[in-house]
Design a protein around this ligand. Structure first.
Ligand code: HEC
Ligand code: HEC
Length: 438
């Protein structure tokens, strides 16, 4: 059983150790330094980290953490001047922006406004269906126990997540993964951290039937909801007959979820022409995000996610908290430890961060990116292991200073959807006699 507390102490201990080490280390030249938990065999042989010595492939790499010296800080005047210049550049249409720092072969898309949501042909948008889906989303009676609603783990008051490292399932069983925010889930081309669902309908069905989560069954669902007059009425209104099926339930849920969209971030206002919508810090952060910090290699497009799967060094391969990610879906060795790039539009409210909720704070995540993310060490018996995960070569140590990290954080905040209150709907009562006279 994975214990959330253990995951945290293990990994955050490491993270802060790396972060601290980096804060005190001011080596005159870039150095590959032994540390206790990361072995770098990632590519340092190209591009932006040219100052780093070429990687040495070792049969049994000791744990190595490659740190770049932090680049010098700027004076307040220099920062203001640079922010003003960037503001002039970025206020123009994105096609005139400076090219982002993305590696050869990366099919990137510019950051931008969210397009309209596409509703599938076999599940078109109707107002009534959204209203029904919303009820079902907040109704614990869709679960086997009658106690767990979708909203239990995707609470609009908690940014459509649950604010936990990893979620608790039925009987408070600790689950392995962090509950993603549902804000803008409509735009993802695959769902779950490992992309195992292809549509929101499919995703909802998987959770409903999952023994650790909703523990429902198609027949139960039909019987239980079908016994509630208010629901029979709604299903008739939406689908033409009173029959409650799991397909209809998931269609209504998905239709509702497709209405949980954003596009109200300060970044959106800036892109629409409000020049002052981004602070100087966020302005500097936007430029860092697109260029020096290399984030655009994976977090790009309107959603700030490429929809792809990457290994960023957090699989715990061969260890207690192992999560093979995408590999469990495809069975491809290359997918071991890969997870779907999350959208950063829900950034402010989606902590603790990563598939396993490893980092409680933004700064923890950014410190780790600044050292190129961890590379796990091969044990002697793993030397020939074909499944041993390979960290993405898109990750490289960055050498950013504290100002840069704060600016990046300011940008991520400015790219986050603001809090919007959603009141839970009134649910149809179970007792026929309680319903309003018909
Ligand atoms: C017990 C907590 C829990 C409940 C209840 C729950 N979820 Fe989730 N949900 C999660 C977790 C954890 C994940 C991530 C799991 C993974 O990636 O393997 C997730 C993932 C998702 C995703 C994928 C989001 C993305 O960005 O890929 C959607 C959509 C979703 N849930 C919708 C629902 C709906 C609809 C319901 C109700 C039918 C529901 N959830 C009930 C915890 C929960
Ligand atoms: C190689 C592709 C890649 C690059 C480059 C990259 N990311 Fe990520 N990012 C990911 C993936 C994949 C995850 C999820 C990893 C996991 O859960 O194990 C992630 C997760 C995150 C999260 C956590 C979001 C959440 O909701 O939990 C943040 C924040 C983040 N990245 C910010 C950044 C920033 C800032 C940069 C640039 C410094 C960056 N990323 C560069 C692929 C990338």
């Amino acid at each position: 059983m994975r214990s959330a507390a253990l995951v945290l102490s293990l990994a955050v201990g490491q993270a802060s150790q790396w972060a601290n080490a980096q804060a005190v280390a001011t080596p005159p030249a870039p150095a590959a330094e032994p540390a206790n938990a990361a072995a770098s065999e990632s590519s340092a042989d190209d591009g932006t980290t040219a100052a780093t010595p070429a990687p040495q492939r070792r049969p049994l790499p000791p744990t190595v953490l490659r740190r770049l010296p932090r680049r010098p800080e700027r004076t307040d005047e220099e920062r203001q001047e640079l922010a003003a210049q960037l503001r002039e550049i970025y206020r123009k249409t994105p096609s005139t922006w400076p090219a982002p720092a993305v590696d050869a072969g990366v099919k990137w898309q510019e950051i931008g406004l969210l397009p309209d949501v596409q509703h599938p042909e076999d599940n078109p948008l109707t107002k009534e269906k959204v209203a029904l889906g919303k009820m079902l989303f907040f109704d614990p009676r869709v679960s086997g126990s009658g106690q767990m609603a979708c909203a239990s783990c995707h609470d609009p008051d908690l940014g459509w997540g649950d604010g936990r490292t990893t979620s608790f399932g039925i009987d408070r069983k600790p689950l392995d993964r962090n509950a993603p925010s549902l804000m803008n889930a409509a735009y993802h081309t695959s769902l779950f951290w490992d992309g195992r669902a292809e549509s929101l309908e499919d995703q909802a069905k998987q959770v409903l039937l999952n023994q650790d989560e909703m523990r429902s069954a198609p027949a139960d669902l039909s019987a239980k909801l079908g016994a509630i007059p208010g629901y029979r009425e709604k299903f008739k209104e939406v689908f033409g007959s009173e029959e409650v099926t799991i397909e209809r339930v998931t269609q209504a849920l998905a239709c509702f979820e497709r209405t949980i969209t954003g596009g109200r971030t300060p970044l959106d206002h800036f892109l629409k022409g409000r020049k002052s919508a981004l602070s100087d810090e966020a302005m500097l952060g936007l430029d860092l995000f697109r260029r020096e910090a290399r984030c655009m290699n994976c977090h790009h497009g309107p959603l700030m996610s490429d929809g792809e799967f990457h290994e960023v060094g957090l699989s715990y391969y061969g260890r207690k908290f192992e999560d093979l990610g995408r590999y469990d879906v495809t069975g491809e060795a290359a997918d071991v430890g890969r997870f779907r790039t999350p959208s950063l539009r829900n950034f402010k409210e989606s902590g603790p961060y990563m598939h396993n909720g490893l980092f409680p704070t933004a700064r923890g995540v950014l410190n780790m990116y600044n050292v190129g993310m961890p590379t796990i060490r091969r044990h002697a018996h793993q030397l020939e292991d074909p499944l041993f995960p390979k960290k993405s070569s898109l990750l490289k140590p960055l050498g950013l200073n504290n100002q840069d990290l704060s600016d990046l954080e300011a940008f991520l905040e400015a790219a986050s959807e603001p809090y919007l209150r959603m009141r839970p709907p009134e649910l149809p009562p179970a007792e026929p006699q309680e319903t309003a006279a018909k």
